[in-house]
Design a protein around this ligand. Structure first.
Ligand code: SF4
Ligand code: SF4
Length: 120
């Protein structure tokens, strides 16, 4: 689940707010976005992938929140690690980027969820 937005890295671009499929993240009046509904996090890592500032940490545990120390996460090089290892943005030109396939998966899931909603 998403656990951290590192304020001094965040550029307030809003990408994480836009891509989160379950509206976990909300824009703030000023400063970095807010983790408003962490319990709805699907641990999909989309926010991490789209954060070009590498300001977001999503812990791999998808069942429960875990305690994280921001200084340890930064020192361990965990910020941006998923982007690098997945090849998102063809990091350093070393990896092919095939994660774009996920966008189709989430679009179909969103359409399926919308079609299941009762009509008023
Ligand atoms: S995507 Fe990253 S830089 Fe942009 S608002 Fe979210 S945390 Fe900040
Ligand atoms: S991991 Fe996925 S569901 Fe969780 S906050 Fe990030 S984009 Fe939203």
């Amino acid at each position: 689940m998403i656990e951290l937005i590192v304020a001094d890295r965040c550029t307030n671009c809003g990408a994480c707010v836009d891509v989160c499929p379950t509206n976990v993240i909300e824009p703030a009046r000023s400063g970095p976005p807010i983790l408003a509904r962490v319990e709805d996090c699907q641990t999909c890592f989309m926010c991490e992938l789209y954060c070009v500032a590498d300001a977001i940490y999503v812990a791999p545990d998808c069942d429960r929140r875990v305690s994280v120390d921001p200084d340890e996460i930064v020192a361990a090089g965990r910020l941006g690690q998923y982007r690098r290892h997945s090849g998102w943005d063809e990091w350093d030109g070393l990896f092919p980027n095939e994660q774009w396939l996920m966008e189709t998966v989430f679009r179909r899931a969103g359409e399926a969820a919308a079609s299941d909603k009762p009509q008023r």
